[in-house]
Design a protein around this ligand. Structure first.
Ligand code: KG4
Ligand code: ZN
Length: 401
């Protein structure tokens, strides 16, 4: 490593979904700034991210957000060693804004451009923070669970021959992402968007054992061509692919089960009343006490049971995969990693097994650009720079499956 490389600054830019973000990170481990402009309130009115609106907002925000990140870090463009940008996965138009701006900036400054996979960013955010806390570095191979509104993936991170990181996708959702299930269930219960934080807060007030959601009852789907999934429960029953078992997830069944529960228990009127009351609270983020007051015990029990089942399923698959691949540690990332029950139960299980586990801070568990700059660091050292033809890749995958 060249001496100046140890202190090199990378500007990261992220615009894959509904957050325009920029950050300056030193040597992949110290965030000098981390600015995020969220479009959450804009999309809240629609109950989900509207791609056209997202692109327009990114276009409006990208310049001021980068300026703010540079100002907060108190550095100039000349001080940067490279520009890193999310190349995918994400919304095509949204990605395009960040990539086009990053390219123009890199070209104008004569600095290298580094393309980063958003999912790799989520994984590196956690490792960056663990390093900052001066924890002993977790040794590869690591098992990473990326769990957000768009993804529920298990990756095995290994050291490649060149010393860089390589990834293998050893599990993924066959339908909805876990965060998507949270958002859809929150919506069908008349709660606000995004639904995860509301369900997290309300679940504490209900009985998680009130309603038994059984993942084993979810109808299995074909995993890959020629391979059928006998069961979505973990470990021994996981389907074998050429490189070993894969640990898949399915979350659309539980969403349907919640819907059926609402219908068969005559909860519709209650849901509508809550939806109207929350809408009447206006744009301001409603207070949890006020929202909880709109939920009867049956609703709170349903919410608690839903979360208990989802977290349990994530936990079983993750630890079964870690055991199966001999992982030395577990890294959890993505928006759902903010979930309090998930953190508590994963930590307890890891402690029981004596396995190191790391979660992102609440600030870094949602989309941000510090994670993009951190993930770019090993690529910077390896001079793995993006070609001028770098394009938005909405379906970009991480590693081989
Ligand atoms: O990673 P993220 O910010 O965006 C992407 O999807 O890439 O994740 C957002 C997702 C949403 O589905 C949101 O409902 C969920 O993360 N989420 C949570 C919590 N906070 C955010 N889900 C459960 N519990 C939470 N506390
Ligand atoms: Zn994300």
């Amino acid at each position: 490593m060249r001496d100046h490389d140890r202190t090199a600054l990378i500007l990261g830019i992220e615009s894959s979904c509904d957050e325009t973000a920029a950050a300056v990170v030193r040597a992949g481990s110290e965030a000098l700034s981390n600015v995020v402009a969220s479009q959450m309130s804009l999309h809240a009115n629609y109950g989900g991210v509207v791609p056209e609106l997202a692109s327009r907002e990114h276009l409006r925000n990208v310049v001021p957000v980068v300026r703010e990140a540079m100002a907060q870090a108190a550095v100039s463009f000349d001080d940067l060693a490279a520009i890193a940008v999310t190349e995918g996965p994400g919304l095509a138009g949204a990605l395009l804004v960040g990539i086009t701006y990053a390219k123009a900036l890199a070209f104008g400054l004569g600095k290298p451009l580094i393309g980063v996979n958003h999912l790799e960013g989520h994984i590196h955010a956690v490792l960056m923070e663990a390093r900052q806390r001066s924890e002993a570095p977790m040794e590869l191979p690591l098992l990473a669970l990326v769990v957000s509104g768009g993804h529920t993936h298990l990756y095995l991170a290994q050291q490649s021959e060149q010393g860089a990181w390589s990834y293998r996708n050893v599990g993924r959702t066959v339908d909805d992402a876990a965060g998507e299930a949270y958002d859809k269930v929150a919506k069908l219960l008349g709660l606000g968007y995004p639904g995860g934080p509301w369900i997290d807060a309300l679940a504490r007030r209900g009985n998680p054992r009130a309603v038994a959601f059984n993942f084993a009852q979810i109808k299995p789907r074909p995993h890959r061509e020629g391979i059928s999934m006998p069961d979505l429960m973990p470990n021994k029953k996981a389907p074998l692919s050429a490189d070993g078992p894969s640990f898949d997830f399915s979350f659309s069944g539980i969403k349907t089960a919640v819907l059926r529960y609402v219908e068969t228990h005559d909860m519709r009127q209650c849901v509508e009343a809550r939806r109207k009351a929350i809408a009447a609270m206006g744009d301001a983020k409603p207070d949890i006490e006020a929202v909880a007051a709109l939920c009867d015990a049956q609703t709170l029990d349903l919410i608690a049971s839903f979360q208990y089942a989802v977290v349990g399923n994530l936990l079983r698959q993750t630890f079964a995969a870690a055991e199966s691949f001999g992982a030395n540690g577990i890294v959890i990332s993505g928006g759902v990693a903010a979930n309090s029950e998930l953190r508590r139960r994963f930590q307890a299980e890891a402690d029981r097994r004596g396995l190191p586990i790391a979660f992102p801070s609440l600030a870094l568990s949602t989309d941000n650009a510090a994670m993009i700059a951190a993930a770019a660091w090993p690529k910077f050292l390896a001079e793995d720079f993006a070609p001028e033809s770098l394009a938005a890749t909405p379906q970009l995958r991480l590693g081989q499956s």
